[in-house]
Ligand binder design. Structure first.
Ligand code: ARG
Ligand code: ZN
Length: 884
């Protein structure tokens, strides 16, 4: 080996999609040996390396990523390298003059117990866990830590047998043994090539619950869920969800599980929700553990979705992964689409779609309309951890959905088959996915690709004209997308519009377009800035029901109240029936907010009240839908529609509306509340979930209309101690009051659930979201509560982010104290966990949409964060983008 200096490439401040270059070396196999010790774990790695002809430079050095590693030794083909033969920097290791194929051995020491970033190998509750996506594997060993390097892995875990009886990694255990000093070892081999971000290791004193799944082709898969002792009675639901997901993917996509073992491990300290490591998913405990008395129905549903999501990644993510992190939506958007479809198929399709769209609007539209807006495929990033966003995930799923809407379900399914056949065991791009869809359908996606490359939510408006004599209806649609950071000009999108024409009797009307007569829902494509669609043989003047089932992620405007009321009552599309009622409520409440700002009092709109009364008529037949229809648009939905957001006016009007509806329909709410009492059996079927949701909605209106009656019922509901769904809503309603019942109930709740971390998270979150006047002082006090721990992401999120995201009233308190609280907590969190701290900057993202006084205070909070000289690059990137 020539001893000449090797330049260390400067760490790239900004990564650009346009700069993609294939890796200089590929790794065929990697064999790892872990000597697990909390303070000093030794990792020995053997890499079989091969030059990659696709890189283009046959003399390129080997560049290995590495972070927070202590290098003990490095050898090439068995010969130890002396320090002159490599360059070791803060970001990795560079070795020049390597042969075209060689074996590299490295030996490093890491400190899992000191790893508060929770990226790489870390300790939680005394046990070992990993999180490697996106760039955590480089914190375990030196490696080309990029997803287009796919290798076959083995991992030998060596640990004290008494303390770490469970030793898990990807694939199958092939060998094990004991050593004289009380150490034991297990060797795992994963037969499938995978990128380093899918590596996982779990070691500890865990208990497990086992089951099995017989695949469509008759293979038996051993299923295991590993949790801490005492939690084993909270995994039944997750196991049911896992088996249901495995079956669904076989039935709907023809995708079978491909290993003999599928394990899930739950960890209480976790930066994200869950992780799809091959054969060994690692989950935040919040997304595994559920028992009726500790988890709400919303938790049960979320767990179902996330179990499905991570399982579905086995094909969309693991078997076909991403070439680079710009393609993140290739796996995330597609997998969210798949988990949404699973949810629609296994629960109520319309309700499931409504919840998904509310989530999209609540997070993604907000992101897309502010300084953090970025395309589904971002062109550049500083820290990839900052791009696990609602846009990449939820908008990415909508883009996949639009592809299916445009080419049809059959062609879409064929396209999926082609995608797997063509890209199996490779690291693919979004072009590969869309190319498969083109091959299956013949559709030209050139213009459609703008959905991946242009940020921003298109605004769509419409106008209709009916010519009675000609029986002709002309629908004109217009689209426009506002500029987003770095993209001043927007070209028109291809927007699939699923629509129906509703006649005066409320029924769908037939109409002919492009020679085709359809009476129900059809799809037209809006491809220009403005475009007219002419329907002939239309019997009467219709109301167009547009974007049925939310066929595109756009903002639609143009309906008047009479049209909305008609559609809410009659639209044949379940989603649009809800949507029309929701839009009606938004318009009425925005008007009430404007009146409030002029100093006028609140008067309850008859239509708003009557729609709630009509929902109560459906209470017995469709309780879940009734509960959904009873609700009012949230504060963030109203804020989203105001030119200058006025959080005090929004709160005042929402409170007044709830009080007025609760007063007007008090007797009916009380009656239905009485009829929906606990029926003795806990089940998560739609009828039971619906009953509880309806009961809770009634309780909230009873409380709003008659506080004394509400407090008494809430106390009784808690005392009945039926399910967390019922207890938590009752507690949250009490926490919004200043009644002495509040502190009594909180103290009792804390005492009852002390030691159950996930329930204590709820204890923090409901206080953080309270509208009570002393909330700011109380959340300050909660930071000094013995159960508050800034190092635990769930606890941090349950106090700081629940406050920032879900307490518009007090976060935006005119004093600026709410901003100051989040800024201080962010700076403190940044010292321990930069990825969790960075996410908190999102709560400031719409700062320019407030009045000048609040803008000044939010800008000052951001400037204080940016001025901190030891700020992490993660939080710096987010704060600077938001501040811009
Ligand atoms: N791939 C995981 C999932 O969506 C999430 C990983 C999150 N990683 C991160 N750095 N935020 O299922
Ligand atoms: Zn995912």
């Amino acid at each position: 080996m020539a001893e000449r200096p090797v330049a260390i490439p400067a760490p790239v401040a900004e990564h650009r999609l346009a700069d993609y270059r294939p890796p200089a070396f590929l790794v065929d196999t990697v064999d790892l040996i872990f000597d697990l010790d909390p303070k000093a774990t030794r990792v020995r790695a053997t890499l079989a390396l091969r030059r990659n002809p696709a890189h283009g430079d046959a003399a390129a050095p080997l560049v290995l990523d590495g972070e927070d590693l202590t290098l003990n030794a490095v050898a090439v083909d068995g010969v130890a390298l002396d320090a002159a033969a490599y360059r070791l920097g803060e970001h990795g290791l560079v070795i020049a003059d390597l042969p075209d194929a060689c074996t590299l051995d490295t030996d490093v020491t890491i400190d899992p117990a000191g790893n508060t970033q929770l990226s790489g190998l870390y300790v939680s509750g005394g046990d070992f866990f990993t999180q490697c996506e996106a760039e955590g594997f480089r914190r375990i060993t030196f490696f080309p830590d990029r997803p287009d390097v796919m290798a076959r892995f083995s991992a030998t875990l060596v640990a004290d047998e008494a303390r770490y009886p469970v030793l898990l990694s990807n694939g199958n255990p092939v060998d094990r043994g004991a050593m004289p000093d009380g150490q034991a070892w297990v060797k795992w081999v994963d037969p499938h090539p995978k990128p380093s971000y899918l590596f996982a290791l779990v070691a500890g004193m865990l208990v497990s619950v086992h089951d099995e799944f017989i695949t469509a082709s008759g293979r038996t898969v051993a299923l295991g869920i590993y949790v801490r002792q005492g939690d084993e009675d909270k995994v039944d639901h997750a196991m049911v969800c896992l088996k249901r997901s495995m079956r669904w993917d076989e039935e709907v996509f023809g995708l079978e599980y491909d290993l003999d073992i599928f394990n899930i491990a739950a960890v209480g300290d976790f930066n994200a929700g869950a992780m799809e490591n091959k054969g060994l998913n690692i989950f935040n405990t919040a997304l595994v553990l559920a028992r009726p008395d500790t988890a709400t129905d919303a938790d049960y549903l979320r767990i179902d979705r996330v179990i499905a999501h991570e399982y579905f990644h086995n094909w969309t993510g693991d078997r076909v992964t991403c070439r680079d992190w710009f393609q993140l939506s290739l796996k995330e958007g597609l997998t969210v689409f798949r988990d949404q479809e699973y949810g629609a198929d296994t629960t109520d399709a319309s309700l499931s779609r409504i919840e998904d769209v509310l989530r999209l609007r609540g997070f993604q539209f907000r992101e897309d309309g502010g300084p953090l807006a970025h395309p589904v495929r971002p062109p550049a990033y500083r820290k990839i951890d900052n791009f696990y966003t609602a846009t990449v995930y939820e908008k990415g799923a909508e883009v996949v959905r639009m592809i299916r809407t445009i080419i049809g379900a059959d062609a879409f399914r064929r396209g999926m088959d082609i995608y797997f056949a063509t890209n199996d065991n490779t690291a693919a791009t979004i072009e590969d996915f869309v190319g498969a869809m083109h091959e299956a359908s013949g559709y030209d996606f050139t213009q459609f690709m703008r959905w991946y490359d242009q940020a921003g939510t298109p605004a769509v408006s419409f106008a209709g004209a009916y010519d009675a004599e000609a029986r002709r209806y002309t629908l004109t649609l217009r689209q426009a997308t506002a500029p987003t950071p770095g993209q001043a000009e927007k070209a028109p999108f291809v927007i699939p519009v699923a629509l129906g024409l509703i006649g005066p009797d409320g029924q769908d009307l037939a109409g002919t377009i492009d020679g085709e007569t359809v009476a129900g829902t059809r799809v037209v494509l809006l491809t220009e800035a403005a475009q007219s669609f002419v329907f002939t043989d239309v019997a009467a003047a219709p109301v167009p029901s547009l974007f049925r089932n939310f066929s595109a992620p756009i903002r639609l405007s143009g309906y008047d109240r009479a049209q909305l009321a008609m559609m809410a009552a009659h639209d044949s599309d379940g989603f649009n029936r809800w949507e029309a009622g929701h839009e009606y409520a938004v318009q009425v409440l925005l008007e009430a907010i404007a009146a409030h700002q002029r100093g006028a009092g609140f008067t309850l709109d008859d239509g708003l009240r009557d729609a709630r009364a009509a929902a109560l008529d459906q209470a017995a037949a469709a309780p879940a839908l009734a509960a959904r229809l009873l609700g009012l648009p949230g504060a963030s939905t109203l804020a989203d529609r105001m030119a200058v957001v006025d959080p005090d006016a929004i709160h005042a009007v929402l409170t007044a509306a709830r009080r007025a509806i609760g007063g007007a329909l008090q007797a009916r709410f009380q009656a239905i509340y009485g009829q929906t009492a606990y029926d003795g059996a806990f089940a998560v079927d739609p009828a039971s979930v619906g009953r509880r949701a309806l009961r809770n909605a009634c309780l909230a209106y009873i409380m709003a209309g008659d506080e004394a009656a509400g407090i008494a019922l809430a106390q009784a509901q808690i005392a009945a101690d039926t399910t967390m769904t019922e207890s938590l809503t009752a507690l949250a309603l009490l926490v919004d009051t200043t009644s002495p019942a509040r502190d009594e109930a909180l103290a009792a709740f804390h005492a009852r659930f002390q030691g159950d971390a996930l329930v204590i998270d709820k204890f923090f979150a409901i206080q953080a979201m309270s509208s009570a006047p002393d909330t700011l002082a109380r959340i300050e006090a909660l930071t000094r509560h013995p159960d508050f721990d800034i190092r635990n992401p769930n606890r941090y999120r349950s106090l700081v982010l629940a406050f920032g995201y879900r307490n518009a009233l007090w976060f935006h308190d005119a004093s600026g104290a709410g901003y100051d609280f989040v800024a201080r907590m962010t700076l403190a969190a940044d010292q321990v966990n930069r990825s969790v701290a960075a996410r908190g900057m999102e709560v400031f993202a719409d700062w320019k949409r407030y009045d000048p006084a609040r803008q000044d205070k939010m800008r000052a909070a951001l400037d204080r964060i940016i001025a901190a000289n030891d700020l992490s690059p993660n939080t710096r990137e987010m704060a600077e983008r938001v501040r811009h």
